[in-house]
Design a binder for this molecule. Structure first.
Ligand code: ZN
Ligand code: ZN
Length: 414
């Protein structure tokens, strides 16, 4: 990364230095329609004003349409082929172990936030879950006094050496939220408003959790209440003079049968029946330590075939399964979705709008699913909103990605 006069270059993209406090927001799992329905219900007047007087467009997310690949694309401005985070897990074929990619050592590109910080500006990042904080805050130096980064989940543990701030619960004025709650996201916004009031970061990234969107669909009372809460904080950030651009990491769809049970293709069971046990390994990159709201069931899976050679016939058979929309070789998937080949299996499988992919039926703990499953990961959760409180000028013919959001916030505001 480099800074030259008023331009900061990160991962080959140029960003104008922030002109006023600039807030980029990732509304986790914000399927198009949630905001519109909340507006319709009369509880989101600020969103309505932004969409009328500012900007409202749609963008495409990264595939897999999961949280970490998209948050890392947003914060680096580049696809996973550049930053290396293709999901929560990959299979280390050399050592035969499944590896979790929460650690910043797996990140292969600097962040825009660190670039802006290194150019002498004040930056802040607030995430709901702590799993993202380490990755999103990578490269920030808290000793400068110009960087703050923490999660709602571990707000009580924040300290100056590791987060650039302490006494957070007092500062924000809210109790430590439960990890599975709407409060976890509310804390992100409440903290964001306080940070602008008291620290005035030049550039701030806020990233929420999709707990509510996994639970309930568009226009429900619970969803509308959630967006009404966000709306109130947006009004405060707007009144403080911030430029605000919000997008989402991915959408969300119902993934269940009419009787409410999840509609699953258990891929490992299918493959074991075809090839015998131990010949293939299905990795679900949605799997993480927080499984209660999705049971590790999403619409994207990758398959490793350690003994090689069997890929083409397997793909042909996979394509014949009802509910599997896409089955690609590693090469095809990496080319089409800009993924890092060393962190993707030999086959990539994507399920249809209302189906999810599992490993083996006996490996999924679905006891935490208190509502019919809603999830994401596939092409049907690719389209997301992008909303700004000011007008934006997009270059014509450019197909917008959610990871253009910092470019929009810093370069395209009119
Ligand atoms: Zn997400
Ligand atoms: Zn999710």
């Amino acid at each position: 990364m480099s800074a030259n006069g008023n331009t900061i270059t990160v991962n080959g993209r140029d960003y104008r230095a922030p002109q006023r406090p600039t807030v980029v927001i990732c509304l986790d799992g914000s399927e198009p329609g949630y905001i519109e329905q909340a507006i319709e219900a009369g509880v989101a007047p600020t969103f309505a004003r932004f969409m009328r007087d500012g900007a409202h467009v749609h963008a495409n997310s990264v595939i897999p349409s999961f949280t970490n690949p998209n948050n890392l694309s947003i914060i680096t401005g580049r696809p996973p082929s550049v930053h290396g985070i293709a999901g929560n897990y990959f299979f280390d074929t050399a050592n035969g172990v499944e590896v979790m990619m929460n650690d910043p050592k797996f990140l292969r590109a600097p962040t825009i936030l660190a670039g802006v910080h290194d150019a002498g500006f004040k930056v802040a990042a607030v995430t709901a879950k702590d799993k993202l904080r380490g990755l999103l805050s990578y490269g920030l130096d808290y000793s400068t006094g110009r960087a703050i980064a923490f999660s709602s989940e571990k707000a009580n543990q924040a300290n100056r050496a590791e987060n650039g701030i302490d006494n957070l619960l007092d500062f924000v004025g809210l109790p430590l939220p439960e990890v599975y709650s709407a409060d976890l996201s509310e804390f992100v916004f409440a903290a964001g408003v306080k940070l602008v009031q008291h620290h005035r970061p030049d550039l701030m990234y806020l990233s929420t959790t999709d707990y509510i969107q996994h639970k309930v669909g568009l226009g429900t009372r619970i969803a509308n209440d959630f967006y009404a809460m966000i709306d109130r904080y947006l009004a405060e950030l707007d009144a403080l003079g911030c430029t605000i651009v919000a997008t989402a990491d991915h959408g969300m769809n119902d993934k269940h049968l009419p009787d409410g049970r999840p509609d699953v293709v258990y891929l490992q069971d299918v493959l074991d029946a075809w090839t015998g046990k131990g010949k293939t390994r299905v990795i679900l990159p949605i799997t993480d330590p927080y499984v209660a709201h999705h049971g590790s069931l999403g619409s994207f899976a990758t398959i490793y075939t350690p003994d090689g050679g069997a890929v083409a016939p397997l793909i042909a058979k996979l394509r014949g399964i009802t509910g599997i929309d896409v089955a690609l070789t590693q090469d095809e998937a990496c080319h089409r979705f800009e993924l890092p080949a060393d962190r993707i299996g030999d086959i990539v499988v994507i399920s249809s709008k209302h189906k999810v992919l599992g490993t083996s039926a006996d490996r999924h703990d679905l006891s935490g699913l208190t509502e019919p499953l809603r999830s994401h990961g596939g092409l049907t959760e690719e389209r997301v909103p992008m909303i700004a409180n000011r007008r934006i000028a997009l270059p014509s013919g450019h197909s917008l990605r959610n990871f253009d959001v910092f470019d929009v916030a810093l370069n395209r505001i009119q």
